[in-house]
Ligand binder design. Structure first.
Ligand code: ASP
Length: 325
């Protein structure tokens, strides 16, 4: 019986992993997305146990990614998932909004094969660039069939993260990503893939072409401007994620505005600016609780839920389920 070598497709979108700076000592003054995917491939050691093919989807600094970009990726990735010549997919991406893209894809894609996002904190031209090892390890995880049973994953700095928990938590270190209190999903070392978590249910909650409703995020702080909040509420948004204090508390000067907006059929989700922990206040008086989702993930869930026409009465259950699935 012949053993088929796994085929991994690399889809490139730009970011620092494809960044170029004038000098190898420069890790900040570079242009993201400057190099083509062929240059990323050329930096990998020869691969005997995986077949690679690569395509350039975009050359973006991910700070400029828009929701339409997520939808374009979902279409491309659905095609790659359906391609019989592909066993796993790696998506290279800027690190600034990698967590948003990973979460959107997790919520919208049916995964039959591994999907692994990766990026880099140092440009490709840097001495000791982290991109080549991140890409190599992402390919190794994407070639591992069990990875498909963990939902959308990110591989950075030798760690494997679930899209559900992934967050960028540092401005410049190569270990910039973590999974908060949940901890990483696993690790990769010298090609060995180890899991800390068992496989998890990963049925998509929404169709990839679900329209995305406009939703804003506002953070609370002492002295927050009432007129600024009012302007956002009247600015055409269909929902608001309120990143409140601690357990989702809202400044007393603002709370009546949010209650009124909720009565006027805006979906108001109460999250925390605190960085960790569940938001779940008793007696919530019309607010939806983000439960375990941070404000950025809560926003994307709400954009999809409102775009899909989820009834208001079903939103809390959705947030509770997404938090702890
Ligand atoms: N601004 C870059 C980006 O997100 C940062 C990076 O990739 O590390 O595309």
């Amino acid at each position: 019986m012949t053993h088929r070598i796994p085929a991994v497709r690399i889809l490139a979108t730009g970011g620092t992993i494809a960044g170029a700076a004038p000098s190898p000592s420069d890790t900040s003054g570079y242009r993201a997305g400057a190099l083509p995917v062929a240059a990323l491939l050329a930096a990998l050691p020869p691969q005997d146990d995986v077949r690679l093919d690569a395509r350039q989807l975009a050359s973006l600094d991910s700070k400029d990614a828009l929701p339409e970009f997520w939808q374009m990726l979902a279409r491309e990735l659905a095609q790659a998932q359906a391609d019989p010549d592909v066993d796993g997919v790696v998506l290279t991406h800027g690190t600034d909004t990698l967590e948003e893209t990973a979460w959107f894809l997790h919520l919208t894609l049916a995964l039959a094969k591994p999907l692994v996002l990766t990026g880099a904190m140092r440009p490709a031209t840097a001495a000791s660039a982290d991109g080549p090892m991140n890409l190599l390890q992402a390919v190794q995880v994407a070639a591992c069939p069990q990875a498909a049973r963990h939902g959308v994953l990110a591989v950075l700095n030798g760690q494997i993260h679930h899209a559900r928990h992934l967050r960028k938590a540092h401005t410049h270190r190569v270990d910039a990503f973590d999974s908060g209190e949940a901890g990483p999903a696993g690790f990769i070392q010298d090609g060995y893939v180890g899991w800390f978590w068992p496989p998890r249910p990963c049925a998509p909650r929404f169709a990839p072409d679900t329209p995305l409703a406009p939703v804003d995020i506002l953070f609370d702080y002492p002295g927050i401007s009432v007129s600024m909040v009012d302007a956002v509420l009247r600015g055409g948004t269909r929902g608001l994620v309120w990143a409140g204090y601690g357990n989702g508390s809202i400044s007393g000067r603002i709370e009546p505005l949010l209650r009124e907006a909720g009565r006027q059929s805006l979906a108001i989700v109460r999250a925390t600016r605190g960085g960790a922990g569940r938001v779940g206040l008793p007696g919530t008086c019309g607010f939806i609780q983000a439960a375990g989702l941070d404000p950025y993930k809560a926003r994307i869930a709400l954009m999809l839920a409102l775009g899909a026409g989820t009834p208001p009465g079903a939103l809390q259950t959705l947030f509770d389920t997404l938090s702890y699935e």
